[in-house]
Design a protein around this ligand. Structure first.
Ligand SMILES: O=C(O)CCC(=O)C(=O)O
Length: 283
């Protein structure tokens, strides 16, 4: 099966077509090795503090861990989010997941809300949770806690076959994402996916950022942390949902976040050059 791999930064027409058709794409080489290492150390601290022993997800790590905070508006990824949503969206959640050494496969699922199933919103299930998953360990071969997705399944009108429910429910059309640490998988909430088993003798970490329309309630927090808000950048504050609203129900919209800081960070150009060099070095 071909890998839907795209270049970092701007969402091209091809990227959009891939996303519409398959429901996901992969951006390789977004983080350098030192950046990956910093994020890994941060992830280990978060899960040690939470006492994780099995598959677990910890939210709000960006509030205390600068290496994870930097991923919120990464210039290789955020332009893709803007391309798919426009300028008005929020970070609904930042989940850091651990698949422990020897961890078993998870069950197939679509992302959404148990409290009000996204399927009730209509067909096709709309884009409500756009996920950017920063892979923090090499997963160059299967059975390393990779994520497996079923291409195009966000458009399936029929449910998962009964035999595939549960932990050992293999399906012949799944794509196991094999990619190097520092790659980012971007996917639609309605794509059926699961975490694969992890045969490695080390814990596997992934940092997931979930971007949503601005009227969706955050899911990893009830309120933003005041100290984090005071410390972080204006763009990140806006993305955490802290922006001025002219009216409560958004009837007149609101001023879009100021993305110029992203431009200030060179519009992603230096980052792109660095990524290209990192790629060359790797080869
Ligand atoms: O393995 C992971 O990190 C992702 C797990 C998953 O499928 C999810 O969080 O929806």
């Amino acid at each position: 099966m071909p890998t839907p791999q795209v270049e970092p930064a701007e969402l091209t027409d091809t990227d959009r077509f891939i996303f519409e058709s398959w429901g996901y794409f992969i951006i390789p080489g977004v983080l350098s090795r030192p950046e990956v290492d910093q994020c890994l150390e941060a992830s280990k601290r978060l899960h040690a503090r939470a006492g994780s022993t099995t598959f677990a997800q910890v939210g709000r790590g960006y509030e205390t861990e600068p290496a994870l905070e930097r991923l919120i508006d990464h210039p290789a990824v955020l332009p893709k989010v803007r391309g798919l949503y426009g300028d008005r969206f929020i970070v609904q959640a930042g989940w850091n997941t651990v698949q422990p050494a020897g961890g078993k496969a998870g069950g197939w699922h679509q992302d959404g809300s148990g409290a009000y199933d996204f399927k009730l919103l209509g067909y096709p299930i709309p884009l409500i949770q756009l996920r950017a998953s920063f892979l923090l360990n090499d997963q160059l071969t299967p059975r390393l806690g990779n994520i497996e997705l079923i291409p195009g399944s966000h458009r399936s009108r029929v449910p998962l076959p009964r035999h595939a429910a549960g932990r050992d429910g293999d399906l012949p059309i799944g794509q196991v994402i094999c990619a190097a640490a520092g790659s980012v998988l971007v996917f639609h909430n309605a794509v059926w996916h699961r975490a694969c088993a992890h045969d490695g003798d080390y814990d596997r970490y992934t940092m997931h950022y979930i971007y949503s329309p601005p009227w969706v309630r955050p899911s990893d927090r009830l309120a933003n942390d005041a100290e984090f808000l005071a410390r972080t950048t204006p763009l990140r504050r806006s993305l955490m949902g802290e922006f001025q609203r002219p009216d409560a129900p958004y009837g007149f919209g609101y001023d879009a976040p100021d993305f110029s800081s992203l431009q200030g960070r060179d519009g992603g150009q230096a980052e792109l050059r660095r990524l290209a060099n990192t790629e060359k070095e790797k080869r």
